[in-house]
Every structure is written in structure tokens, then in C-alpha cells.
Design a binder for this molecule. Structure first.
Ligand code: SF4
Length: 139
């Protein structure tokens, strides 16, 4: 049996159920995942994604920083979070002002928590001014 260098208590990233997991790490590689029993969410159980779906952590082409494309012909280039968030906010306002709030739609995610999904629909309705809100589970 492998002895981990460290074990990290975290939340499964795949869906809003929020199963509690332990990542067992050796040489900075996750080699095993266990469901935790100290909660009422999953009581030690995990679905196949939560148990085995962590290859992406070490994928060489994994995105690890924001990318931005400044026009339709150039490719994506690395950018700071501040730059990317400012750009997104500016373009959302420009689009809303030019085409109206219903020109924008917010697509939320099963990977978000209930609270994050709530905030996204609130952002759509109260900030942007549209009811165009949908969720990836309906695709
Ligand atoms: S283990 Fe499965 S059910 Fe639990 S949070 Fe992850 S994806 Fe969702």
C-alpha cells in the first residue's frame, strides 16, 4: 500500500452535490481518491466521476491561467485575471448598451454550487436585466 505524502480534504469538482473527498497525493500526483464519512452529503460514497475522474489534474494541456483573444483573427494569449475580468465586464456593458439586455444570456453550470447558480441568475436579472438564464443540464 502506498503511503501518501499528504492527503487533502476537498469537495468533488464535478457537480453541485458537493461530495466530500480525500485526495491522496504522492510526489505531487493524485493517485487515489476516497469519499469521506464525516458528512451527510455522500457518507463515504462516490460516483464514477468523483472516484476516478481526476486525470485532468495532471494533463499537460490543462488550462492553468486565463487566456484572452483580442480580435477574431489572433489566437488566445495568456492574461491576468484583472485584465480578463475587466475585459469581460466592459464587453458585457458594451453589448447590453448597444443591443439591449436580452442580447445577453447566462448559462450556468452543474459544476457550480447551488449558491453560485443562485448568484448567476441574480446577476443576469438584477445586473444585466435579462431573464435569459439556462443551465447545462438542459442541453
Ligand atoms: S462524486 Fe459524483 S455525485 Fe458526488 S459531487 Fe462528485 S460528481 Fe457529484
Amino acid at each position: 500500500m502506498i503511503t501518501p505524502d499528504r492527503t487533502v480534504h476537498t469537495t468533488c469538482p464535478y457537480c453541485g452535490v458537493g461530495c466530500q473527498i480525500d485526495l491522496h497525493i504522492k510526489n505531487e500526483m493524485v493517485y487515489r481518491v476516497d469519499g469521506r464519512f464525516d458528512n451527510d452529503v455522500n457518507n463515504g460514497k462516490l460516483c464514477v466521476k468523483g472516484r476516478f475522474g481526476y486525470d485532468y489534474i495532471h494533463a499537460p494541456d490543462r488550462l492553468t491561467q486565463p487566456l484572452i483573444r483580442n480580435d477574431k483573427v489572433s489566437g488566445f494569449t495568456p492574461a491576468s485575471w484583472e485584465n480578463v475580468l475587466d475585459t469581460v465586464a466592459t464587453r458585457l456593458w458594451e453589448t447590453r448598451d448597444k443591443y439591449g439586455p436580452d442580447s445577453i444570456a447566462i448559462l450556468t453550470s452543474a459544476k457550480c454550487t447551488n449558491e453560485e447558480n443562485y448568484l448567476l441568475q441574480k446577476f443576469a436579472r438584477a445586473v444585466i436585466g435579462t431573464n435569459n438564464v439556462d443551465h447545462c443540464a438542459r442541453l
